[in-house]
Design a protein around this ligand. Structure first.
Ligand SMILES: C[S@@+](CC[C@H](N)C(=O)[O-])C[C@H]1O[C@@H](n2cnc3c(N)ncnc32)[C@H](O)[C@@H]1O
Length: 277
């Protein structure tokens, strides 16, 4: 796998994580509108794990787990044994710190996902990734690389931002450099990439009606007139999403190609799972 496949690159992520605060672990039951997306994600995970008979003690790997707010969630809410993988040194250190602060034990593998240690392959009942697959020009190759970590009969959940819709159009105008490290992938392309990689697609769809909170201004010089205007647009867009959550707390507004912030694919690997947990 050559570097030209990786639209962002390790130095981009190292610099990025060096500038951001360490997040708190996800708590899907926390009160407040800002936690609404996490509670919807929680519903998706509960459903996918029930379908795949994932029980406490099962092994989960998060690919691209730098500073992950999700690893403690999977340990606390689902009783899973959690591991993260990332090639960013600082990102791995921050992920361990998030787990330490949450009182959760878990491992981090510092490795390139395309060249991982052999003992990580075929070992995990659940493999998740949040915003990783779309950073590679070869989508099928990336999904195939992710799938190598899944145990026979295990489940893989791939979440990407929906850059073919309004999120992509706005991100392009707010920060072209952020937009350019993404490959826009729609629902159909994500599903077919999983099939081409040899997985069985259980479900693949747009997720949530709105969340402009996924937009960011990385790469825009701060405190310039353009930055101030873009900050205002970002704040307004964020309020629009929050208004939609307030008006539609049970999430009846249909996820769709135009307004949805994410695409989520749930897929199974071939074979029978060993259920010793
Ligand atoms: C958008 S971030 C994922 C989100 C991040 N976990 C968070 O909480 O915001 C993508 C992550 O994938 C990692 N990554 C990208 N290419 C990789 C590779 N070839 N091997 C391992 N990690 C990689 C990056 O270091 C980065 O941390």
């Amino acid at each position: 796998m050559t570097d030209s496949n990786d639209r962002a690159g390790k130095s981009y992520w190292d610099a990025n994580w060096g500038q951001t605060d360490i997040p708190s672990a996800v708590d899907p039951h926390a009160p407040g509108l800002q936690h609404w997306p996490s509670s919807r994600f929680h519903g998706e995970f509960v459903r996918a794990f029930a379908q795949a008979s994932i029980r406490p003690g099962a092994r989960l790997l998060e690919i691209g787990a730098a500073r992950s707010a999700w690893l403690p969630y999977f340990a606390r809410e689902h009783g899973l044994s959690v591991t993260g993988l990332d090639y960013s040194d600082i990102g791995c250190a921050q992920a361990l710190e998030v787990m330490r602060r949450a009182g959760v034990s878990g491992d981090m593998i510092k490795a390139d996902l395309f060249d991982p240690p052999a003992n990580a392959l075929g070992r995990f009942d659940v493999v998740v990734s949040f915003g990783v697959a779309e950073h590679f020009k070869d989508t099928v190759g990336a999904i195939r690389a992710f799938s190598r970590f899944v145990a026979p009969g295990g489940v893989m959940l791939t979440l990407i931002p929906n850059m073919v819709g309004a999120i992509g159009a706005l991100q392009k105008r707010l920060s072209r450099s952020v937009y350019d490290i993404h490959v826009p992938i729609d629902r159909e392309t994500l599903a077919s990439a999983h099939r081409e990689a040899g997985l069985e697609v259980v479900a693949c769809d747009y997720l949530l009606f709105s969340n402009f909170g996924v937009l960011n201004l990385n790469g825009v010089p701060e405190r310039t007139p353009a930055w101030l205007v873009k900050k205002g647009v970002l704040a307004l867009a964020g309020r629009l999403s929050m208004a939609s959550w307030r008006l539609d707390p049970s999430g009846r507004l249909p996820p769709n190609r135009l307004t949805s912030p994410y695409v989520l694919c749930v897929a199974r690997s071939a074979g029978e799972r060993e259920t010793d947990h």
